[in-house]
Design a protein around this ligand. Sequence first.
Ligand SMILES: NC(=O)c1ccc[n+]([C@@H]2O[C@H](COP(=O)([O-])OP(=O)(O)OC[C@H]3O[C@@H](n4cnc5c(N)ncnc54)[C@H](OP(=O)(O)O)[C@@H]3O)[C@@H](O)[C@H]2O)c1
Length: 274
Amino acid sequence: MQRLTTRNGLNLPAIGLGTWPMTGTECTQAVRQALELGYRHIDTATAYANEAAVGQALRDSEVPREQIHLTTKVWWDRLAPKAMRQSLEDSLRALGTEQVDLFHIHWPGQDWDLARSIETLVALRDEGKARSIGVANFPLGLLRQVVETLGAPLSAIQVEYHVLLGQPALLDYARRHDLLLTAYTPLARGQAAAQPVIQTIADKHGVLPSQVALKWLLDQDGVAVIPKASSRDNQLANLAALNVQLDDQDRLAIASLPKDQRLVSPAFAPDWDS
Ligand SMILES: NC(=O)c1ccc[n+]([C@@H]2O[C@H](COP(=O)([O-])OP(=O)(O)OC[C@H]3O[C@@H](n4cnc5c(N)ncnc54)[C@H](OP(=O)(O)O)[C@@H]3O)[C@@H](O)[C@H]2O)c1
């Protein structure tokens, strides 16, 4: 499996398994199966209410914990220092591990003390409860504040990114500041594969449209993907996306698709252009 690294120590497999919205036995089975098939990167969050199910799969699996990259996240209503600490403690207990590999703030807070939250995030890393830290769903302005004004040693950002939503500014910033960008909703929840342009490219190479959508992301420097898949066939197909070969003509055709189709923007989302 292709891996992505940062100079400050993050080292993660380029393809991970997204676990939302799976919970309970369905989630445990999907994660266990993914580990059997060769996945070594699992994405969860307290908000998904599935960390205990993921933890069960980790215990069931024969794959040693140290070979698995585990990401979790703290929800935006628990960003005050004590609450964030408690959230990570709860995650570690549910997951049955002493350290996660990557710990993200899931969304920016509302009326929050940004500096204190970031200080706590960094402290949790320094204490070894998280090997690396990052933020999700931060617009560029806020990310710059965290990295440049507060000097936080972030290793990654996680944002929505797929063939129908561009992220040129964040990607450029990430590359210049040694951050990996994890693309969530990388299949645009089926909408990527439904595009005739993507289907034509898939037919040309004799592969699946979903694989074209994933490989377009994977071909970009510093980009990891976390497609959610529950079935064995879909999990295998997504892993095999790494073998797809796209050419310049394909990339030109994909560039012509609209790049403003954001699928995830809840009421508490930040102003994306801020
Ligand atoms: N940080 C955040 O705020 C945030 C927000 C949203 C999502 N995420 C993370 O990103 C992960 C993925 O995002 P997502 O679940 O929104 O969307 P997605 O990965 O773009 O799409 C998931 C859907 O695609 C289907 N699928 C998977 N592989 C397929 C294949 N090879 N062919 C056809 N269909 C396929 C899945 O079906 P089956 O399950 O039936 O296989 C599922 O219905 C989440 O699970 C979560 O971990 C993070």
